[in-house]
Design a protein around this ligand. Structure first.
Ligand SMILES: CC(=O)N[C@H]1[C@@H](OP(=O)(O)OP(=O)(O)OC[C@H]2O[C@@H](n3ccc(=O)[nH]c3=O)[C@H](O)[C@@H]2O)O[C@H](CO)[C@@H](O)[C@@H]1O[C@H](C)C(=O)N[C@@H](C)C(=O)N[C@H](CCC(=O)O)C(=O)O
Ligand SMILES: Nc1ncnc2c1ncn2[C@@H]1O[C@H](COP(=O)(O)OP(=O)(O)OP(=O)(O)O)[C@@H](O)[C@H]1O
Ligand SMILES: N[C@H](CCC[C@H](N)C(=O)O)C(=O)O
Ligand SMILES: [Mg+2]
Length: 495
């Protein structure tokens, strides 16, 4: 593609140099540039891509996109906002891939990953080809790939959409983080359905306030229905959690048809008669005059919400309730979400990804519903992330557990003990001296301690890392897997 063709998409841009230069790829990281690429200079959080323009050119970059002068001799497109330019140019370069399959986007504080997996199962069982993107991995065709972010940057996103399209995908089911919406990573993506799970506290380090966090998620809904409004073949939908007050706000932002789901208030997809056990969850589903009893291996009332959101998305695609029921009964557990570690021990161990106050409360109240013995909770709070959630999570752990072991969860650049000192006041405020607790920065020691303490029928909840196989301490990423650690500790205890 010629640089002039890309330049013509931006009325406020100025192209200096040879307009006929052919581009074979686009990169934003100088280390990945190959001869013939367009290098887009992005101002970042840790570095500034403009400082790497010379390196990119030395590696063969055929042209540049810049916000300021960098003094290189290759054709250069001057723009006001290179991040927005990236979204627009990448969409064109990869030929608007999200117009050729249906993108189902899920936002919300908790439940995004879980909901993408459920929708994937419902649609593939119905014969659709799906791609999936989110926190754990990306799926294209039958292959999965590791990811760095829950929602990828616009360039990688459009490139991977193109790969999905080339594999004849009918759908891409993707998590849309608030960071991504705020940073414009999904600008230009055409969503078939946008789903909202819930809004509770997280990421206040980044968004500043709950109002701004709520507004960031709103960008997914406010953009729906603004294009192709007259094209009946490409209808768009919003699926909202009727039990979450933020849904009223999102409803007011969107121009498309809204379907609701919920438990407490009347909704289009309504669950009643919920029964949670340690083996699964059962509920009665009512939707548009139809009724089905749904069985899930996933445990917890919160997973009923995730299932309802997924059911609504599948219903929109024409999947009948009888097929939905069958698929849900076959759905396997999702990695790191209430995942049991079973070495034949007399107590239970569950590894879960709860890393927000609401997530931890949901995980613990679920365990409370079936625990016959004590609940021992191992959890931590990420470093360089929302500090205000630390005492809140401490209080929740103390409220619902019999013993709390606070430990490290990716301390990053922070002092692990200092993070735990932020957690402590919450535990003390909630439980005083009534319940035992310990602050143990070494997560391996923390897991060992819980396993040593556990007696028959006790339940250990190890929260925060779920599927993660690393622990970030300082600038170093060490291999660390809660499931492996728990397994080893149980074996040690037995011998
Ligand atoms: C704060 C943030 O969002 N950072 C993201 C961002 O990195 P950055 O802005 O820091 O980039 P940078 O290192 O400053 O570099 C700036 C530019 O210089 C370029 N560069 C840099 C060095 C070099 O040698 N050559 C070069 O060209 C870089 O490629 C980049 O284009 O762009 C990177 C590439 O796309 C992202 O991976 C990275 O996410 C980091 C890992 C991150 O932790 N992000 C979190 C906050 C996040 O986005 N989280 C949400 C999930 C939230 C949730 O679900 O709860 C997510 O969607 O992942
Ligand atoms: N609908 C829900 N409401 C509240 N808590 C939930 C819900 N679904 C899952 N959780 C809790 O949150 C944890 C994370 O779930 P999941 O990975 O599905 O969320 P996510 O939104 O993708 O998280 P992230 O923002 O980190 O990508 C689970 O392990 C569980 O403890
Ligand atoms: N998507 C979440 C994941 C947090 C996982 C937890 N293990 C941590 O590192 O804090 C975030 O970026 O806040
Ligand atoms: Mg996720």
């Amino acid at each position: 593609m010629k640089i002039s063709e890309l330049a013509s998409l931006l009325a406020g841009a100025r192209l200096d140099g040879d307009e006929s230069v052919e581009l074979t790829g686009i990169q934003t990281d100088s280390r990945k540039v190959r001869p013939g690429d367009l290098f887009i200079c992005l101002p970042g959080h840790a570095a500034d891509g403009h400082d790497y323009a010379a390196k990119a050119v030395a590696q063969g970059a055929a042209a540049l996109v810049v916000e300021r002068e960098v003094g290189e001799k290759v054709p250069t497109l001057h723009v006001k906002d290179s991040r927005l330019a990236m979204a627009i140019l990448a969409n064109r370069f990869y030929d608007y891939p999200s117009r050729e399959f249906k993108v189902i986007g899920i936002t919300g504080t908790n439940g995004k990953t879980t909901t993408t997996y459920i929708i994937d199962k419902l649609l593939t069982d119905h014969g659709a080809r799906t791609g999936r993107m989110g926190t754990i991995e990306m799926k294209i065709g039958s292959e999965t790939f590791p990811v760095q972010n829950t929602t990828q940057e616009a360039l990688a996103l459009q490139h991977n959409f193109r790969r999905m399209r080339d594999q004849q995908a009918d759908y891409c089911i993707m998590e849309v983080s608030s960071h991504a919406l705020q940073m414009g990573r999904v600008k230009g993506v055409r969503f078939r359905t946008a789903i909202f799970t819930n809004l509770t506290q997280d990421h206040l380090d980044y968004h500043g306030s709950m109002e701004e966090y709520r507004a960031a998620k709103g960008l997914l809904f406010s953009r729906l229905g603004n294009e192709y409004a007259s094209d009946a073949g490409s209808r768009q939908f919003a699926v909202l959690n009727g039990d979450d007050p933020a849904s009223y706000y999102y409803q007011s932002l969107t121009a498309v048809e809204v379907l609701t789901y919920g438990i407490d208030k009347p909704a289009d997809f309504q669950a009643t008669d919920i029964r949670v056990t340690s083996r699964g969850t059962e509920f009665k589903l009512t939707a548009f005059g139809e009724e089905e009893t749904i069985l899930l291996k996933l445990i917890g009332k919160f997973n009923v919400y995730n299932a309802l959101a997924a059911i609504a998305a599948a219903w929109i695609e024409g999947v009948p309730l009888s097929s939905i029921k069958k698929s849900l009964s076959e759905l396997s557990l999702i990695e790191g979400r209430m995942e049991p570690v079973d070495e034949g021990q007399s107590f239970s161990v569950l590894v879960d990804f709860a890393h927000t106050p609401d997530g931890l409360e949901n995980a613990l109240t679920t365990v409370r519903e079936f625990a016959e013995g004590r609940i021992l909770t191992v959890f931590g709070c990420g470093g360089d992330r929302d500090k205000t959630k630390r005492p809140l999570m401490g209080a929740i752990a103390a409220r619902y557990s019999d013993y709390v072991i606070a430990t490290s969860d990716n301390p990053r650049s922070e002092d692990p003990s200092a993070i735990l000192e932020d957690v402590r006041p919450g535990i003390v405020r909630e439980a005083g001296d009534a319940k035992g607790y310990i602050l143990l920065p070494d997560r391996r020691e923390a897991i060992r301690k819980a396993v040593e303490m556990a007696g028959p029928d006790d339940v250990i909840l190890i929260a925060g890392k779920g599927h993660e196989t690393y622990q970030i301490i300082g600038g170093t990423t060490h291999h660390f897997d809660d499931r492996e650690e728990a397994r080893n500790a149980i074996k040690e205890k037995k011998s």
